[in-house]
Design a protein around this ligand. Structure first.
Ligand code: NAP
Ligand code: GCO
Length: 265
Protein backbone atom coordinates (compact mmCIF):
# COMPACT_ATOMS: atom_id res chain seq x y z
CA UNK A 1 0.00 0.00 0.00
CA UNK A 2 2.76 2.42 0.97
CA UNK A 3 4.47 1.85 -2.39
CA UNK A 4 1.25 2.54 -4.25
CA UNK A 5 0.97 6.03 -2.75
CA UNK A 6 4.71 6.75 -2.79
CA UNK A 7 6.14 9.60 -4.89
CA UNK A 8 9.73 8.53 -4.24
CA UNK A 9 12.03 9.73 -7.03
CA UNK A 10 9.30 11.75 -8.77
CA UNK A 11 9.81 15.30 -10.00
CA UNK A 12 6.82 17.54 -9.22
CA UNK A 13 6.21 21.02 -10.62
CA UNK A 14 3.53 22.92 -8.70
CA UNK A 15 2.74 26.37 -10.12
CA UNK A 16 2.33 29.29 -7.74
CA UNK A 17 2.99 27.07 -4.71
CA UNK A 18 4.30 29.77 -2.37
CA UNK A 19 1.53 29.47 0.22
CA UNK A 20 -2.11 28.34 0.40
CA UNK A 21 -3.32 25.27 -1.46
CA UNK A 22 -0.21 24.85 -3.65
CA UNK A 23 2.13 24.95 -0.66
CA UNK A 24 0.06 22.35 1.23
CA UNK A 25 0.16 20.07 -1.82
CA UNK A 26 3.93 20.60 -2.07
CA UNK A 27 4.36 19.60 1.59
CA UNK A 28 2.33 16.43 1.00
CA UNK A 29 4.30 15.52 -2.14
CA UNK A 30 7.61 16.15 -0.35
CA UNK A 31 6.52 13.90 2.53
CA UNK A 32 5.66 11.23 -0.05
CA UNK A 33 9.19 11.48 -1.49
CA UNK A 34 8.94 13.87 -4.48
CA UNK A 35 11.40 16.57 -5.51
CA UNK A 36 9.46 19.85 -5.35
CA UNK A 37 9.78 22.64 -7.87
CA UNK A 38 7.53 25.70 -7.88
CA UNK A 39 7.42 29.05 -9.61
CA UNK A 40 6.25 32.55 -8.77
CA UNK A 41 5.94 35.70 -10.82
CA UNK A 42 7.19 38.26 -8.30
CA UNK A 43 10.45 38.59 -6.37
CA UNK A 44 8.48 39.05 -3.13
CA UNK A 45 6.58 35.78 -3.68
CA UNK A 46 9.82 33.90 -4.37
CA UNK A 47 11.32 35.27 -1.15
CA UNK A 48 8.22 34.26 0.81
CA UNK A 49 8.38 30.81 -0.80
CA UNK A 50 12.05 30.38 0.13
CA UNK A 51 11.19 31.20 3.75
CA UNK A 52 8.13 28.90 3.85
CA UNK A 53 9.96 25.90 2.38
CA UNK A 54 12.97 26.45 4.64
CA UNK A 55 10.69 26.49 7.71
CA UNK A 56 8.99 23.32 6.47
CA UNK A 57 12.39 21.64 6.00
CA UNK A 58 11.81 21.07 2.28
CA UNK A 59 14.68 21.36 -0.19
CA UNK A 60 12.59 22.81 -3.05
CA UNK A 61 13.82 24.52 -6.19
CA UNK A 62 12.04 27.61 -7.50
CA UNK A 63 11.79 29.60 -10.72
CA UNK A 64 10.90 33.18 -11.48
CA UNK A 65 8.25 32.56 -14.12
CA UNK A 66 4.85 33.93 -15.06
CA UNK A 67 2.62 31.01 -16.05
CA UNK A 68 1.02 33.06 -18.84
CA UNK A 69 4.36 33.59 -20.59
CA UNK A 70 4.77 30.65 -22.96
CA UNK A 71 8.43 31.29 -23.75
CA UNK A 72 9.24 31.67 -20.04
CA UNK A 73 7.38 28.45 -19.21
CA UNK A 74 9.18 26.55 -21.98
CA UNK A 75 12.54 27.77 -20.70
CA UNK A 76 11.64 26.80 -17.10
CA UNK A 77 10.53 23.28 -18.11
CA UNK A 78 13.64 22.79 -20.29
CA UNK A 79 15.84 23.77 -17.35
CA UNK A 80 13.97 21.46 -14.94
CA UNK A 81 14.34 18.57 -17.40
CA UNK A 82 18.07 19.25 -17.71
CA UNK A 83 18.61 19.47 -13.94
CA UNK A 84 16.18 16.87 -12.58
CA UNK A 85 14.77 14.90 -15.53
CA UNK A 86 11.20 14.70 -16.79
CA UNK A 87 8.45 16.44 -14.86
CA UNK A 88 6.51 13.40 -13.61
CA UNK A 89 3.78 15.41 -11.88
CA UNK A 90 2.41 18.82 -12.81
CA UNK A 91 -0.06 20.66 -10.61
CA UNK A 92 -1.64 23.68 -12.29
CA UNK A 93 -2.33 25.59 -9.09
CA UNK A 94 -1.55 29.27 -9.80
CA UNK A 95 -4.76 31.23 -10.07
CA UNK A 96 -6.49 34.51 -9.40
CA UNK A 97 -10.03 35.71 -8.88
CA UNK A 98 -11.74 39.05 -9.52
CA UNK A 99 -15.07 39.65 -7.78
CA UNK A 100 -16.96 42.25 -9.85
CA UNK A 101 -20.54 42.22 -11.13
CA UNK A 102 -20.38 41.16 -14.77
CA UNK A 103 -21.93 44.34 -16.19
CA UNK A 104 -19.31 46.41 -14.37
CA UNK A 105 -16.38 44.18 -15.26
CA UNK A 106 -13.77 45.48 -17.67
CA UNK A 107 -13.08 42.99 -20.45
CA UNK A 108 -9.36 43.34 -19.65
CA UNK A 109 -9.99 41.88 -16.18
CA UNK A 110 -12.09 39.08 -17.63
CA UNK A 111 -9.25 38.23 -20.03
CA UNK A 112 -6.64 38.38 -17.26
CA UNK A 113 -8.53 35.82 -15.15
CA UNK A 114 -9.06 33.52 -18.13
CA UNK A 115 -5.40 33.94 -19.10
CA UNK A 116 -4.05 32.90 -15.68
CA UNK A 117 -6.70 30.34 -14.67
CA UNK A 118 -7.29 28.62 -18.02
CA UNK A 119 -4.76 29.55 -20.71
CA UNK A 120 -1.79 29.09 -18.36
CA UNK A 121 -2.68 25.46 -17.48
CA UNK A 122 -2.79 24.85 -21.26
CA UNK A 123 0.66 26.48 -21.65
CA UNK A 124 2.31 24.60 -18.78
CA UNK A 125 0.70 21.25 -19.65
CA UNK A 126 1.75 21.68 -23.29
CA UNK A 127 5.34 22.21 -22.10
CA UNK A 128 5.54 19.08 -19.92
CA UNK A 129 3.50 16.57 -21.98
CA UNK A 130 6.22 15.75 -24.58
CA UNK A 131 8.62 14.72 -21.77
CA UNK A 132 5.89 12.62 -20.14
CA UNK A 133 5.16 10.90 -23.46
CA UNK A 134 8.85 10.08 -23.91
CA UNK A 135 9.04 8.71 -20.37
CA UNK A 136 5.83 6.72 -20.84
CA UNK A 137 3.97 8.12 -17.84
CA UNK A 138 2.80 11.40 -16.32
CA UNK A 139 0.29 12.98 -13.96
CA UNK A 140 -1.36 16.36 -14.42
CA UNK A 141 -3.60 17.78 -11.72
CA UNK A 142 -5.62 20.91 -12.50
CA UNK A 143 -6.90 22.89 -9.54
CA UNK A 144 -10.52 23.50 -10.50
CA UNK A 145 -13.22 24.97 -8.22
CA UNK A 146 -16.83 24.85 -7.06
CA UNK A 147 -17.14 27.33 -9.91
CA UNK A 148 -16.31 24.52 -12.36
CA UNK A 149 -19.92 23.46 -11.61
CA UNK A 150 -21.73 26.40 -10.03
CA UNK A 151 -22.15 30.10 -10.64
CA UNK A 152 -22.66 33.01 -8.31
CA UNK A 153 -22.75 36.80 -8.40
CA UNK A 154 -19.49 38.60 -9.32
CA UNK A 155 -17.34 35.68 -10.46
CA UNK A 156 -18.22 35.37 -14.18
CA UNK A 157 -14.59 35.29 -15.38
CA UNK A 158 -13.47 32.86 -12.69
CA UNK A 159 -16.44 30.52 -13.33
CA UNK A 160 -15.85 30.65 -17.09
CA UNK A 161 -12.16 29.86 -16.59
CA UNK A 162 -12.62 27.09 -14.01
CA UNK A 163 -15.47 25.54 -16.04
CA UNK A 164 -13.10 25.60 -19.01
CA UNK A 165 -10.34 24.06 -16.90
CA UNK A 166 -12.61 21.09 -16.12
CA UNK A 167 -13.04 20.54 -19.87
CA UNK A 168 -9.32 21.03 -20.55
CA UNK A 169 -8.78 18.29 -17.95
CA UNK A 170 -11.11 15.93 -19.82
CA UNK A 171 -9.52 16.81 -23.12
CA UNK A 172 -5.95 16.18 -21.96
CA UNK A 173 -7.19 12.82 -20.67
CA UNK A 174 -8.84 12.11 -24.02
CA UNK A 175 -5.83 13.14 -26.08
CA UNK A 176 -3.00 11.67 -24.00
CA UNK A 177 -4.57 8.85 -21.98
CA UNK A 178 -3.11 6.47 -24.55
CA UNK A 179 0.35 7.79 -23.66
CA UNK A 180 -0.29 6.72 -20.06
CA UNK A 181 -0.82 10.30 -18.88
CA UNK A 182 -3.52 10.79 -16.28
CA UNK A 183 -4.99 14.28 -16.13
CA UNK A 184 -7.44 14.88 -13.32
CA UNK A 185 -8.81 17.88 -11.47
CA UNK A 186 -9.23 18.72 -7.82
CA UNK A 187 -12.22 20.91 -7.10
CA UNK A 188 -11.62 22.46 -3.68
CA UNK A 189 -14.64 23.72 -1.81
CA UNK A 190 -14.32 26.95 0.16
CA UNK A 191 -10.80 26.85 1.58
CA UNK A 192 -9.37 29.36 4.07
CA UNK A 193 -6.48 30.97 2.13
CA UNK A 194 -5.55 34.58 1.24
CA UNK A 195 -7.73 34.23 -1.89
CA UNK A 196 -10.88 33.85 0.23
CA UNK A 197 -9.82 36.13 3.12
CA UNK A 198 -12.11 38.98 1.97
CA UNK A 199 -15.07 36.58 2.29
CA UNK A 200 -14.20 35.84 5.92
CA UNK A 201 -13.49 39.38 7.16
CA UNK A 202 -14.92 40.12 10.59
CA UNK A 203 -17.53 42.89 10.30
CA UNK A 204 -17.27 46.27 12.10
CA UNK A 205 -19.86 45.07 14.67
CA UNK A 206 -17.73 41.97 15.42
CA UNK A 207 -20.00 39.54 13.59
CA UNK A 208 -18.85 37.09 10.93
CA UNK A 209 -19.00 38.10 7.27
CA UNK A 210 -22.44 37.15 5.82
CA UNK A 211 -20.68 35.07 3.13
CA UNK A 212 -18.72 33.23 5.83
CA UNK A 213 -22.00 32.37 7.58
CA UNK A 214 -23.55 31.36 4.26
CA UNK A 215 -20.67 28.98 3.47
CA UNK A 216 -20.79 27.32 6.88
CA UNK A 217 -24.54 26.77 6.40
CA UNK A 218 -24.05 25.49 2.83
CA UNK A 219 -21.28 23.02 3.75
CA UNK A 220 -22.48 19.73 5.29
CA UNK A 221 -19.11 19.50 7.09
CA UNK A 222 -20.07 22.79 8.80
CA UNK A 223 -16.69 24.46 8.29
CA UNK A 224 -14.34 26.03 5.76
CA UNK A 225 -11.78 23.69 4.32
CA UNK A 226 -8.08 24.05 5.07
CA UNK A 227 -5.24 23.73 2.53
CA UNK A 228 -4.28 20.53 4.40
CA UNK A 229 -7.63 18.97 3.38
CA UNK A 230 -6.24 18.83 -0.16
CA UNK A 231 -3.09 16.87 0.76
CA UNK A 232 -4.45 13.31 0.66
CA UNK A 233 -6.51 13.77 -2.52
CA UNK A 234 -3.50 15.35 -4.29
CA UNK A 235 -1.15 12.51 -3.32
CA UNK A 236 -3.76 10.01 -4.52
CA UNK A 237 -4.03 11.71 -7.93
CA UNK A 238 -0.23 12.05 -8.24
CA UNK A 239 0.58 8.47 -7.31
CA UNK A 240 0.24 5.02 -8.89
CA UNK A 241 -2.86 4.52 -6.72
CA UNK A 242 -4.82 6.49 -9.36
CA UNK A 243 -3.34 5.01 -12.55
CA UNK A 244 -6.80 4.13 -13.97
CA UNK A 245 -8.45 7.38 -12.82
CA UNK A 246 -8.46 9.81 -15.73
CA UNK A 247 -10.43 12.90 -16.74
CA UNK A 248 -12.08 13.04 -13.34
CA UNK A 249 -12.61 16.06 -11.10
CA UNK A 250 -12.37 15.08 -7.45
CA UNK A 251 -14.38 17.61 -5.45
CA UNK A 252 -12.98 18.12 -1.98
CA UNK A 253 -15.71 20.35 -0.67
CA UNK A 254 -17.05 19.00 2.62
CA UNK A 255 -20.17 17.99 0.68
CA UNK A 256 -21.23 21.35 -0.82
CA UNK A 257 -22.07 19.98 -4.26
CA UNK A 258 -24.24 17.24 -2.77
CA UNK A 259 -26.38 19.60 -0.72
CA UNK A 260 -29.31 21.82 -1.73
CA UNK A 261 -28.83 24.04 1.35
CA UNK A 262 -30.70 24.77 4.57
CA UNK A 263 -34.32 25.82 4.33
CA UNK A 264 -34.89 29.38 5.55
CA UNK A 265 -36.11 29.49 9.18
P1 NAP B 1 -3.79 32.04 -3.46
O1 NAP B 1 -3.67 31.94 -1.99
O2 NAP B 1 -4.22 33.31 -4.06
O3 NAP B 1 -2.53 31.44 -4.27
C1 NAP B 1 -2.45 31.45 -5.67
C2 NAP B 1 -0.99 31.55 -6.06
O4 NAP B 1 -0.89 31.70 -7.51
C3 NAP B 1 -0.30 32.76 -5.46
O5 NAP B 1 0.93 32.34 -4.91
C4 NAP B 1 -0.11 33.68 -6.65
O6 NAP B 1 1.00 34.52 -6.51
C5 NAP B 1 0.11 32.68 -7.77
N1 NAP B 1 -0.06 33.30 -9.08
C6 NAP B 1 -1.05 34.11 -9.49
N2 NAP B 1 -0.83 34.50 -10.76
C7 NAP B 1 0.34 33.93 -11.15
C8 NAP B 1 1.09 33.96 -12.35
N3 NAP B 1 0.70 34.67 -13.42
N4 NAP B 1 2.26 33.24 -12.41
C9 NAP B 1 2.68 32.55 -11.34
N5 NAP B 1 2.02 32.48 -10.17
C10 NAP B 1 0.85 33.17 -10.08
O7 NAP B 1 -4.82 30.98 -3.85
P2 NAP B 1 -5.23 29.60 -3.18
O8 NAP B 1 -6.51 29.86 -2.49
O9 NAP B 1 -4.15 28.86 -2.52
O10 NAP B 1 -5.59 28.93 -4.56
C11 NAP B 1 -4.75 28.09 -5.32
C12 NAP B 1 -5.59 27.57 -6.47
O11 NAP B 1 -6.76 26.94 -5.97
C13 NAP B 1 -6.08 28.66 -7.41
O12 NAP B 1 -6.09 28.17 -8.73
C14 NAP B 1 -7.50 28.90 -6.94
O13 NAP B 1 -8.33 29.44 -7.92
C15 NAP B 1 -7.91 27.51 -6.55
N6 NAP B 1 -9.02 27.40 -5.61
C16 NAP B 1 -9.02 28.05 -4.41
C17 NAP B 1 -10.09 27.85 -3.53
C18 NAP B 1 -10.18 28.52 -2.19
O14 NAP B 1 -11.26 28.46 -1.59
N7 NAP B 1 -9.15 29.13 -1.68
C19 NAP B 1 -11.11 27.01 -3.88
C20 NAP B 1 -11.08 26.38 -5.13
C21 NAP B 1 -10.03 26.58 -5.97
P3 NAP B 1 0.85 36.00 -5.83
O15 NAP B 1 0.54 35.80 -4.41
O16 NAP B 1 2.18 36.61 -6.08
O17 NAP B 1 -0.26 36.68 -6.59
C1 GCO C 1 -15.76 32.97 -4.47
C2 GCO C 1 -14.58 32.12 -4.06
C3 GCO C 1 -14.53 30.80 -4.79
C4 GCO C 1 -13.48 29.91 -4.20
C5 GCO C 1 -13.34 28.56 -4.78
C6 GCO C 1 -14.54 27.72 -4.61
O1 GCO C 1 -15.62 34.18 -4.50
O2 GCO C 1 -16.82 32.39 -4.70
O3 GCO C 1 -13.39 32.79 -4.08
O4 GCO C 1 -14.61 30.91 -6.13
O5 GCO C 1 -12.25 30.52 -4.14
O6 GCO C 1 -12.82 28.55 -6.07
O7 GCO C 1 -14.27 26.43 -4.99
Amino acid sequence: MEKMFSLEGKVALITGAVYGIGFAIAKAFAAAGAKIIYNANTKEALEMGAQNYKEAGIDADSYFCDVTDEEGVKAMVADIEKKYGTVDILVNNAGIIRRTPMTEMDVKDFRLVVDIDLVAPFIVSKAVIPGMIKKGHGKIINICSMMSELGRETVSAYAAAKGGLKMLTRNICSEYGEANIQCNGIGPGYIATPQTAPLREIQPDGSRHPFDQFIIAKTPAGRWGTPEDLMGPAVFLASDASNFVNGHVLYVDGGILAYIGKQPQ
